[in-house]
Design a protein around this ligand. Structure first.
Ligand SMILES: Nc1ncnc2c1ncn2[C@@H]1O[C@H](COP(=O)(O)OP(=O)(O)OP(=O)(O)O)[C@@H](O)[C@H]1O
Ligand SMILES: [Mg+2]
Length: 277
């Protein structure tokens, strides 16, 4: 069953109007207390290679994401978007700088605490879904909890699959589901551990336009109705427009960071202004 320490989201939860306002003025330095950012990077830098072959994938990036905020990250191929997500997700280690997730500084956490934080506080959604072909939707969505020996794994999976609109597909395997449905299973899997943060790297990159829109709408709901922070990388300005805030990157830097108002054209205009088209 759901642990008592886990916050149980309700589909009836009303999006807090304060979230959008807070999002646009997210502090660069964490304040203590309830409004503290879920993600905060400080001078986050990642270089690959050495000497003249050195690639500075991230160069002193400062980024904060508030609780329940939906942030889209865009920028040209190779500008460091995936590197940023990998650092925030604790999948790779920075060259220098700090990454705080849910109050913990990742680079100083012992391995076992980092693994636990990654498993329990961060959900990952990938471009190619990364579902296990021989497992059905429930087993796939339950997997992170099953691996953790959680007796309530399948209950949580059924609950989240129902919330993402797959109540009638619980026992289908991935090859019996459309791409959009497979990505919904992946979103349910990401949410099954009740994370504070969902990281999504091009979650619509392998979907047709209609399924892509549905997944963008679902991620919007993950933040607005279920109060998880969502950090999403996308190449599609229309998909970015579902977020509350847009971060534009170029050559390892954040070159713009602006609030969005739901207008489908706003991300495109911002990219034009930043000279990224
Ligand atoms: N493991 C690695 N070893 C060497 N260089 C790397 C490695 N991973 C990434 N890079 C380099 O770091 C830079 C940023 O890569 P990253 O994958 O973060 O870009 P991206 O913005 O996600 O691009 P895309 O939109 O194509 O996915 C690129 O120049 C890339 O070649
Ligand atoms: Mg990438």
């Amino acid at each position: 069953m759901w642990g008592s320490s886990r916050r149980r989201a309700s589909v009836a939860d009303v999006p807090a109007p304060a979230v959008a306002a807070e999002a646009t003025s997210a502090p660069a330095v964490a304040a203590e207390g309830a409004g503290a950012p879920i993600v905060r990077t400080v001078a986050l830098t990642k270089t690959y290679g050495s000497a003249e072959s050195e690639v500075r994938a991230l160069d002193a990036v400062d980024l904060s994401v508030a609780p329940g905020e939906f942030v889209a990250v865009m920028g040209p191929s190779g500008c460091g978007k995936s590197t940023l997500l990998n650092m925030v997700g604790g999948l790779d280690t920075p060259t220098s700088g700090e990454v705080f997730v849910d109050g913990a500084e990742l680079t100083t956490l012992p391995d076992d605490r980092l693994t636990e934080l990654r498993r329990r506080r961060i959900g990952f959604v990938f471009q190619f879904f990364n579902l296990i072909p021989v497992l059905d939707a429930v087993e796939n969505a339950a997997l992170p909890l099953t691996l953790d020996g959680d007796a309530g794994a399948e209950d949580a999976a059924v609950e989240w699959l129902t919330r993402v609109g797959l109540a009638d597909r619980l026992h289908n395997r991935p090859d019996q589901l459309s791409g959009g449905q497979q990505q919904r299973v992946a979103v349910a899997r990401a949410l099954s551990t009740d994370p504070a943060l969902v990281l999504a790297d091009e979650p619509t990159g392998n979907l047709d336009s209609r399924s892509a829109t549905e997944i963008a709408e679902l991620l919007r709901q993950v933040a607005a109705a279920w109060h998880r922070s969502v950090l999403m990388v996308t190449h599609d300005p229309r998909i970015a427009s579902y977020a509350q805030r847009l971060v534009l990157m170029q050559d390892g830097h954040i070159v713009d960071d602006l609030p969005l108002d739901g207008s489908r054209e706003a991300p495109l205009r911002a990219m034009e202004r930043a000279g990224l088209l």
